[in-house]
Design a protein around this ligand. Structure first.
Ligand code: PMP
Length: 391
């Protein structure tokens, strides 16, 4: 029997062999000509993936939380007002984070499974003035997607900076950072970008950089200060070396490889592939009688799904049996419903065949729990969607 278990959690994901080879290649000097060129290419490719032709990319060793931290640290000064739009655990995280830098934070929390109601946001922006607001493109705890378009539009209309947490979306869900008026959009390497955990990736608009330049107090985070990193990013793009902290050389090269592959697939085609995977997964779970955390398919993420367990299914038994059948899924994360649902990642290099195998493993897990269903019903429906035989 093949010793391979599909990693179908919402990050880290399955990675492409070419990316893993780059990661395992002999480490070079961070000032060697090859690396300078690779870093420069990587930064240029980020603009293509973020669709931010005049954005400023930052590649910094760390995880997605560091990307959140960098956005907050550089844009908040003590006493600034910040509005957090929360659709789950990762939205909530911004409340604590921005508060650490002295922001006065207001949180608009949306019911579990619901997306952002932008009429509520508009009313809040009418009532109070804010320096910035945050939204989570896809909150990984609920699989709810927020539309970045009205978010960016309202930000521009009210002169509020917009920070988009794209950790579980960028490289999978449609994003047009510049056209949609998003000031900072960030992610981490281990999700739809397709590189093992280790990099925080941000793209900042000129408006965001201007706000940072107008600060009257120093950035209260030494490692994350754009003032340290901006000259480094600019230098590598001009194909010169510069130093503040040693870059994660192998990760940066691997990122360049992954971004090249993403752009070769084409952003439109890639988004369509994710949309189809998401639709297939949701349809399969529905065919098996599973509910979902997102209250509507219209705002359900395409990068992950969050099916609810049917009555009588024991989460540890289900997850263990699914793993034995070949696929690893993640348990629930939202503290209020964590034992009631599980999460399936289907982003980045995930192919239709991986999803079919994953749905097969879900059926095995359900069978192990004594749940009654028609064997193969989920796999058949997923395949029909993947083949385009159904809407
Ligand atoms: N935001 C979102 C939407 C996430 O899904 C995650 C990670 N699951 C984070 C932020 C934090 O990223 P990391 O775990 O890489 O620090």
């Amino acid at each position: 029997m093949k010793d391979r278990t599909l990693l179908m959690i919402p990050g880290p994901i399955e990675f492409e062999p070419a990316v893993l080879q780059a990661l395992g290649a002999p480490t070079t000097s961070h000032v060697s000509p090859d690396f300078i060129d690779a870093f420069g290419n990587t930064l240029e490719r980020m603009r293509g993936v973020w669709r931010a032709p005049s954005g400023q990319p930052f590649v910094i060793a760390g995880s997605g939380t560091l990307a959140m931290d960098i956005a907050g640290a550089n844009l908040i000064e003590p006493g600034d007002r910040a509005l957090v739009l929360s659709t789950g655990v990762f939205g909530d995280r911004f409340e604590d984070l921005l508060g650490r830098y002295g922001a006065e934070v207001t949180v608009l929390r949306f019911p579990i499974g619901e997306t952002v109601d932008f009429e509520r946001v508009r009313a809040e922006l009418e009532a109070c003035s804010y320096k910035l607001m945050t939204a989570t493109h896809v909150d990984t705890s609920t699989a709810v997607r927020v539309d970045p378009r009205p978010f960016g539009r309202l930000g521009r209309e009210y002169g509020v900076l917009t920070i988009l947490d794209g950790v579980c979306s960028i490289g999978g869900e449609e994003l047009r950072q510049e056209e949609w008026g998003i000031d900072v959009a960030f992610t981490a390497s281990q999700k739809a970008i397709g590189v093992p955990p280790g990099l925080a990736l941000l793209v900042a608009s000129e408006t965001a950089l201007d706000a940072w330049r107008r600060r009257t107090t120093p950035v209260a985070n030494y490692y994350g200060d754009w003032g340290k990193w901006l000259p480094v990013m600019r230098a590598y793009e001009e194909r010169r070396a510069a130093y503040f902290g040693t870059p994660a050389v192998n990760h940066v090269v691997a990122l360049g490889v992954s971004l090249e592959r993403i752009l070769a697939e084409g952003m439109d085609a890639r988004e369509r592939r994710h949309e189809r995977l998401g639709r297939a997964c949701r349809a399969a779970c529905r065919a098996l009688g599973l509910g979902a955390v997102p209250t509507s398919d219209a705002h359900a993420a395409n990068t992950l799904s969050a099916p609810r367990y049917p009555d009588g299914v024991d989460p540890p038994v289900f997850l263990k049996a699914a793993r034995s059948a070949g696929a690893i899924f993640a348990g629930g994360l939202h503290p209020q419903i964590s034992g009631k649902y599980f999460r399936i990642g289907h982003m980045g290099a995930t192919r239709g065949g991986d999803l079919l195998a994953a749905i097969g493993a879900i059926e095995s897990g359900l069978k192990a729990c004594g749940y009654a269903f028609e064997a193969g019903a989920g796999v058949a429906v997923a395949q029909a969607v993947l083949l385009g035989c159904t809407k």
